[in-house]
Design a protein around this ligand. Sequence first.
Ligand SMILES: C[S@@+](CC[C@H](N)C(=O)[O-])C[C@H]1O[C@@H](n2cnc3c(N)ncnc32)[C@H](O)[C@@H]1O
Ligand code: SF4
Length: 401
Amino acid sequence: MSSVETGLGVYFHIPYCLQRCTYCDFATYVHTEIKPPEYYVALVKKEISQRHNLFSGLKSTPLKTIYFGGGTPSLISAELIVDLISELSKFGYQTGPQTEITIEINPATVDERKLEIYLKAGINRFSVGAQSFSDRLLKMVHREHNAQQTKDTLALLRKYNLNFSFDVLFALPTQTLDELKYDVQVAVELGSKHISPYCLTVPEGHPLSKNRPLEDDQIEMFNIIHENLVKNNFSRYEISNYAQPGYESKHNLLYWTDENYWGFGLSAHSYMKNTGYSGNWGSRFWNASNFDLYDKDISAGKKVTGIHDLSENQKEMLRKYQSLTDFCHTALRLESGLNIQNIAEKFGFEASQKVQKIAADMTPHNVIELTKSGYRLTDSGVLVSNQIFEKFTFLEDDLKA
Ligand SMILES: C[S@@+](CC[C@H](N)C(=O)[O-])C[C@H]1O[C@@H](n2cnc3c(N)ncnc32)[C@H](O)[C@@H]1O
Ligand code: SF4
């Protein structure tokens, strides 16, 4: 293991949901349609035992983060969630007082008993899949919960003085600007210190692609969210995440700051900064997205002692140009932006000069601005981020090996 490895975050994917929301493209199932959670958690524990050596160089440092995502992790029994944390520690991956442990919970799936089990296990952050306080819109996208259930869940979290985040889904068909303003206002009033607004994304021809707010209204919606949150002491620390000072998600920050993360379960992705192979530009690996395939992979029982043991179609060894592309794209998502010195340190002077030139050429267009340490997107740049990322997408010929 190399010195570039500074810490590790773990992701557990829990693929059970009460319903399949019309817009969702994640690897999730209606809970009654796949094998039960006890079976799934046993598989994930098996995955931990098969792969525990992958990040063995980091066992001595407490995990930076653990994140239970989905799906709806709060739908399965709390004991199963705790079991996964214990299994990690059994193999030397310990948590400490500084470890951020987040669980995604959906309204009406957590009661006081469940919450107390979570808290005892060290879970200290709750991400609430609330989406909207409009029952009309919730029904339209096939969500099972209603606004009152969200309010009850938030009241429970407040009673225990907990740190929670709130997902807001916007630009839904027929949604008005006033409805969105209301959603943001109530989320803030009910004590959320972290808000993730998601603009609905569906493919053309999808049932929810009709009657959506027009482009100008969608831009107005981005502005409403931004202005209302900034007014309430939130800052947009990442393109689609706002937090009050000190409440940024440490786990999500790992993804955007070139840190190691290790995903377990269906469809989970991992990133290892340095594989020890020559080239050393890091590697990505991932699990099957289909329940039966994941089951088959893990049940085969293959021991994985290093990246070389993973099958070719479930890993990618990064080349320098790919690693630089990822580095730029993720850094540009952040309010802190690209740090030119960090690029020079990791990729060399020539690469940092190339990145600097691309950024400098774009500043007159008011989509990128200079910071003390490099460049970041402007408010207008955030709205066209995909076009900007394209400019920071490198090909093999752009860089020497
Ligand atoms: C994978 S979900 C997990 C959280 C929880 N299951 C929920 O949906 O409430 C994370 C977030 O992604 C959002 N999301 C899912 N599909 C989306 C889509 N097509 N467009 C925009 N956001 C989406 C959800 O609304 C949710 O807030
Ligand atoms: S609850 Fe969340 S993860 Fe489950 S189907 Fe709906 S959007 Fe997808």
